[in-house]
Design a protein around this ligand. Structure first.
Ligand code: FAD
Length: 471
């Protein structure tokens, strides 16, 4: 046996299942969009697995987990690797379980679809639209590349959240089939409250092998971009539009000037540099009332609607959802590698006031980006502001000021579940890990509660997984 793990022994047990050991290819599949964060870039740059195993069926997943369990080899699941907190990076090496080829749509019903975990979300929609004019309620802005299993295990919401809330809100996942990491892996079907055991658990306590998701009617969505004179005006307009119960919207965001003009290159011709944008996806039949409300808003001006563009004007334009959520960050980062970002909640009911106060305080250091969502039945907004990065210390300071001002941060510069989330142990996920992965072989290092039960989240320190510290 060479190296950390008995990879030869593993391969002997996996005959017939696709594996890859070329170090360059393994490294490629050991990465995600962690480099969004200067902190994670520094910490995770050298992380790599030892082998990629690519099961295409549930039986192949079970065989892989049983073999890895017998040999004590860690397994880090991966959909298509678009997560941006290093979720899918194998901190202890071992197996990268590439699920992207396990990707069939299995069944479509009225209001629901059943699919394998590696199915790309846009590919699911293509099938459900053709079958019965239905589509997924929610998708990340990485719609064209992200897998449904990765979205459930590593994502949180996105396009559709203005209507349907977050992915973990009751009703947004119907059921999940999960395989455990034991000598004889079990196949469990989870629904209701049990979904919390594995949704957004980064694959630390089970491998999702089948998903059942609710569908909504597929409408013709029109992209609309409105310009406003002030950030506050744009936030007020978006908030008011989001509160209209009869207006069917799938996306509603605000991006502060001059980010859109400077970084939304293909849309640049529509975007005066000084305008703060409200960007929306509006159902075609709701467009007239939407525009009537915009006209009534002081200082608002329609800059683009996708349904009236000439073929020449429309050529090469990405959809508005690819200007939103983390695509806003991506577009700025491509032009200016010193930019990074934050994830902020501006709690209901003072969200607009809070946005205005925070952005007045930071000025150009923190260009605003708001995503309006339904949160426990109320419309409010999350922020993914850009940050003109100077140092990790300053970044920490900016986050501390947000929290002091009443805007909680979901830190995107941490690779652990807890530090990126509620900064406390998730007892449900921890209990399920004890049951489903007693040896702690699934995605090691991502759940602090498992690695270091006495960890003090209030210490102000960053958790450093010992596997990384040794590496
Ligand atoms: P991966 O990155 O491969 O995996 C994500 C996590 O899930 C990892 O921890 C992995 O170990 C685990 N995992 C994967 N498959 C399984 C499985 N079958 N069983 C158990 N665990 C599994 N996220 C949002 O929520 N909303 C957004 O709008 C959004 N926009 C984005 C925009 C950009 C430009 C980028 C780079 C990222 C964005 N993200 C967003 C993050 C990410 O794209 C999504 O969360 C996406 O759904 C992840 O899917 P994936 O297949 O790439 O998962």
């Amino acid at each position: 046996m060479s190296g950390r793990y008995d990879i030869e022994g593993l391969k002997a047990r996996l005959s017939g299942i696709r594996t890859e050991e070329n170090p360059a290819l393994v490294k490629q599949k050991s990465r995600d969009f962690f480099w969004y964060s200067p902190t994670l870039k520094r910490q995770l740059e050298s992380v790599t697995g030892d082998i990629v195993v690519s099961p295409k069926t549930r039986d192949e997943v079970i065989a892989t987990l049983a073999a890895a369990h017998a040999l004590g080899i860690p397994v880090t699941p991966r959909g298509t690797g678009t997560g941006n907190y290093g979720q899918a990076m194998p901190l202890s090496g071992g197996i990268v379980l590439d699920l992207s080829g396990f990707a069939q749509v299995l069944e479509i019903g009225h209001g629901r679809v059943v699919a394998e975990p590696g199915a790309v979300i846009a590919a699911i929609d293509k099938v459900t639209r053709a079958d019965s004019r239905q589509e997924m309620r929610l998708h990340p802005s990485t719609y064209h590349t992200a897998s449904i299993g990765g979205f459930i295990a590593g994502g949180s919401g996105g396009i559709g959240s203005i209507r349907w809330g977050g992915l973990r809100d009751a009703g947004n996942i119907v059921s999940l089939e999960v395989v455990t990491m034991e000598a004889s892996p079990r196949v469990l079907t989870l629904g209701g409250d049990d979904l919390h055991k594995v949704s957004h658990a980064y694959g630390t306590n089970g491998i999702i092998t089948k998903v059942e998701m609710p569908l909504a009617p597929a409408y013709a969505w029109v992209d609309v971009i409105v310009g406003c004179e002030t950030l506050r005006g744009a936030a007020e307009l978006a908030n008011m539009l989001g509160e209209q119960d009869g207006l069917l919207l799938k996306e509603l965001a605000v991006v502060a000037a001059p980010v859109p003009h400077d970084h939304f290159k293909r849309h640049q011709k529509f975007l005066p540099r000084e305008k703060h944008l409200v960007m929306a996806m509006v159902a075609d039949f709701a467009l007239d009332p939407f525009l009537a409300l915009v006209r009534r808003h002081k200082g608002a001006e329609l800059l683009m609607r996708s349904d009236t563009l000439s073929p020449e004007e429309a050529k090469g334009l990405p959809p508005v959802f690819e200007l939103s959520w983390n695509h806003t960050t991506l577009r700025a980062l491509r032009d200016d590698p010193t930019v990074t970002y934050l994830q902020v909640l501006y709690p209901f009911p003072n969200q607009v006031e809070l946005v205005a106060r925070i952005h007045e305080r930071f000025g150009d250091e923190l260009p605003a980006h708001l995503e309006f969502v339904k949160f426990d039945g109320k419309v409010t907004c999350f922020g993914l502001p850009l940050v003109r990065f100077t140092s990790e210390e300053r970044l920490e300071e900016i986050m501390a000021i947000h929290e002091e001002m009443g805007a909680p941060i979901f830190n995107p510069h941490r690779y652990t579940l807890e530090e990126g989330g509620m900064k406390q142990t998730d007892e449900v996920q921890l209990a399920f890990k004890r049951e489903a992965d007693p040896q702690g072989l699934l995605n090691p290092g991502k759940m602090i509660a498992w690695e270091d039960p006495s960890y003090d989240y209030k210490s102000g320190k960053t958790f450093l997984f010992r596997g990384l510290a040794e590496g």
